[in-house]
Ligand binder design. Structure first.
Ligand code: PLP
Length: 430
């Protein structure tokens, strides 16, 4: 058995909201004395997603149209057994991976892009704005807007804009408008450019620009590809499907691994299982993997900080490297974020989730092994999870334990070949 599939009718009808089941208080977002960050929220988000952001309901109905698009993009996504990798590692562990790379834009991000575009349109928007790092989110949102019927403006971190020209083409093909950030389209972008015309950009700066663009126009909403509760909520389709798939073959996970940028694929993949762990029904280790170069969960401080650089977003309690942190230009654009999802941060702080950081060259090496043994070239982001999945499987080899390890393959790396090329040529720094 290599592949565990579900049928279209098994696409979840409801998203799972972990807030309903957490035994501890979830720290609320707050604002500074001089700022109006909380008052800004209704100007940048539709009331529907704000409701979800604050919701304490356990299950939230997925609108019919969103569910229809989930089916259209190929959900439920398959769960694969990594027999090639298991044989190669000579491990008694069973390794599975959930395939979010099968989405048309190549990552899990379409799961929330479709939902956010749907709610923006329902609230009367004509256009949405957003930031993108590696370009995965911008591509997903551009396609979602095209499907739903909205205009889309993307602020893309300049270093990725330069490193990943094909992502730009993809967004343009899906009719997205794209600006390298910092850009001259916003006051904040112009301010940064005046200080440093060659600024490489950061996700924090791009968020500030996209928020500014949406603030002053009630026909324009801002959308975010990660971090916020409603984004992680939408991503729980991943974990809900995985749960059903594992149950169908009588497996329970002992270790679940996913990479963390803002935390959305990680949260989406594990939240439905965290409830069982809290209830004492599941003994599973959840590992959130991040790059050593941008180690918010493992080196950051757990405190209130802004989600963006300028300070337009409310303060959120999270693990953060500081909102002015400029991560080095590592090849894993999707993981270059100073902060983290408040929900994932809370679970780390409570000891329910373990954060782990890994070196870039080890990551690409693991990605190459995976490509050779499973056939799929993983996104460098996903290779972080694969690296730790491999480490855990090798531990099992030592101890002889037959653990079940589940890796969330958040995306494929066919548009990240520059990173792989630099790896093959020995040009990647540790
Ligand atoms: C964006 C992205 C990530 C990181 O974002 P999260 O919100 O942490 O999931 C990881 N993998 C891929 C393939 C991505 O596109």
């Amino acid at each position: 058995m290599y592949k565990v599939t579900l049928s279209e009718k098994d696409v979840p009808k409801k998203w799972y909201n972990i807030v309903a089941d957490l035994p501890m208080e979830v720290p609320a977002p707050s604002q500074t004395d001089e700022g109006k960050q909380l008052e800004n929220l209704p100007n940048i988000f539709s009331k529907y997603v704000l409701e979800q952001e604050m919701s304490t309901e356990r299950w939230i109905e997925i609108p019919k149209e969103v569910r229809k698009f989930y089916q259209k993009i190929g959900r439920p996504s398959p769960l694969f057994r990594a027999t090639g990798l298991e044989d190669y590692l000579d491990t008694p562990a069973k390794i599975f991976y959930k395939r979010e790379d099968t989405s048309p834009t190549g990552s899990h991000k379409l799961n929330t892009a479709i939902a956010q575009a749907y709610y923006a349109k329902k609230a009367g928007a004509e256009r949405v704005t957003t930031e993108t790092g590696a370009g995965q989110w911008g591509s997903a949102l551009s396609l979602a807007c095209s499907l739903i019927g909205l205009k889309c403006t993307v602020y893309m971190v300049r270093v990725s804009f330069d490193q990943k020209p094909y992502r730009k083409t993809i967004m343009q093909l899906y009719n997205g408008e794209i600006n390298a950030s910092p850009s001259d389209k916003t006051a904040f972008g112009r301010k940064i450019l005046a200080e440093n015309p060659k600024h490489p950009g950061t996700l924090g700066i791009a968020i500030s620009e996209a928020v500014e663009d949406a603030l002053n126009d009630d026909k324009v909403f801002y959308t975010l590809g990660s971090v916020l509760n409603h984004v992680l909520l939408h991503q729980t389709v991943i974990g809900l499907e995985t749960k059903k798939q594992l149950e169908s073959i009588d497996e329970t996970p002992d270790v679940m691994v996913a990479c963390v940028g803002g935390g959305s694929n990680f949260g989406g993949a594990i939240f439905p299982f965290v409830k069982d762990k809290i209830d004492g029904d599941l003994d599973c280790k959840f590992i959130a993997v991040e790059p050593k170069a941008c180690p918010s969960l493992t080196q950051g401080e757990y405190k209130y900080d802004y989600g963006d650089t300028e300070g337009l977003t409310p303060l959120m309690k999270m693990y953060t490297l500081g909102h002015n942190f400029v991560p080095p230009s590592i090849h894993t654009g999707g993981l270059r974020y100073h902060g983290s999802s408040p929900l994932v941060a809370l679970l780390v702080n409570e000891g329910l989730v373990e954060g782990r950081s890994v070196q870039q060259t080890d990551v690409f090496k693991s990605g190459q092994i995976f490509a050779n043994k499973e056939g799929i070239i993983p996104a460098p982001e996903s290779s972080h999870a694969i690296k730790v999945g491999i480490d855990e499987a090798l531990k099992c080899k030592k101890t002889g334990e037959e653990k079940t390890i589940v890796i969330n393959l958040s995306g494929h790396g066919l548009l990240d070949l520059q990173g792989y090329e630099d790896f093959l040529e020995g040009n990647l720094e540790d």
